[in-house]
Design a protein around this ligand. Structure first.
Ligand code: CDT
Length: 312
């Protein structure tokens, strides 16, 4: 007897620029259009970008109070985002959304959530690998002030069961760190979803622009393969008020192959039917963790942060 394949209609809703002057309602209207497009293409779950509701504000020097007043969500859903939740419920779509969160205690986080098709928030993640700096760099073409505006996430890398799938999530810079995915794969994650805002220009060194896309895709592909998982990554991209960010939103199979990739730097949906059994071969054989991992030899990974002297 053949059993029915377990699959998920998985879509990435890439977003083009959200300018400083754009309000949340305009962003939400665009997201609703993207959701409808995704639904019409068989999606059951849609991945939106990091900080999807506003421009990528860490590029601007301002006080923490100014940032929190203008760019942070004090409730989720809130008045501007409720229509997104309503539309998702009406369409029966689950989704991932990145936004700036100000907690009732006044703590600022770069946050994402997984929402079920009934509109309920099933899981929350707060960005752990915060890139950039906290000081003002007046000579740089723009700032990258994530270390000023956000606290380091305090929820760890958890996984959530939704729509018959075990899903983990992270945000942007987290996707470059192998520990991110391995911690979730050790909890039997099958799909990792993430959003990103990656400036094309690196303010720290003269990095060739094409490398930004190369290292982005390399990170997704290596991580998908090495953990036997699907990875779905949504960009906010194009030039926000003249500050360009890479596109190349992608869905990567557990084989490490890119199975869908955005063509534009505008609002665009890419979608696949993800076969969840595809990762099983890798997880049962070459990356059978229980059989082959040797954590007794990985101690330095949790004991050291920076590189140091050789072990005896
Ligand atoms: N948003 C975000 O995390 N962007 C980073 C830029 C790193 S350079 C300071 C990224 O990894 O794409």
């Amino acid at each position: 007897m053949t059993s029915k394949k377990r699959t998920l209609g998985l879509a990435v809703a890439q977003m083009g620029p959200v300018h400083l002057a754009d309000d949340r309602l305009a962003a939400v209207r665009r997201m609703i259009e993207l959701m409808r497009d995704a639904k019409s293409r068989g999606a059951e779950f849609v991945v939106f970008p990091e900080l999807a509701l506003t421009t990528f504000f860490p590029r601007y020097w301002m006080t923490e109070e100014q940032a929190q007043e203008r760019f942070f969500e004090k409730t989720m859903p809130g008045p501007a985002t409720q229509p997104l939740f309503d539309e998702a419920r009406a369409l029966g779509l689950g989704f991932y959304l990145g936004f700036a969160e100000l907690t009732p205690q006044g703590r600022p986080f770069n946050t994402s959530i997984i929402v079920g098709p009934d509109g309920s928030i099933l899981g929350k993640y707060r960005k752990i690998h915060l890139p950039g700096h906290s000081d003002h760099k007046p000579d740089a073409p723009f700032q990258h002030l994530e270390k000023k505006f956000f606290d380091v996430g305090d929820l760890g890398f958890r996984v959530f069961d939704t729509q018959g799938v075990r899903m983990g999530m992270c945000l942007c810079n987290d996707r470059r760190w192998p520990e991110t995915y391995r911690v979730m794969a050790l909890q039997s994650a099958e799909i990792v979803v993430l959003g990103y805002n990656t400036p094309s220009v690196n303010i720290h060194w003269n990095e060739p622009v094409h490398l930004r896309t190369t290292t982005h895709l390399l990170s997704l592909q290596a991580s998908a393969y090495q953990n036997g998982i699907w990875v779905a990554a949504a960009a906010k991209c194009g030039a926000e008020d003249g500050f360009h960010m890479i596109g190349s939103s992608a869905i990567v199979a557990p084989t490490g192959e890119i199975v869908a990739r955005s063509l534009t730097e505008e609002d665009e949906v890419i979608a696949v039917r993800a076969d969840l059994s595809l990762g099983e071969f890798f997880r049962e054989h070459v990356f059978n963790f229980a059989k082959h991992r040797r954590p007794e030899h990985y101690r330095l990974i949790v004991e050291r942060t920076g590189a140091g002297e050789p072990i005896a």
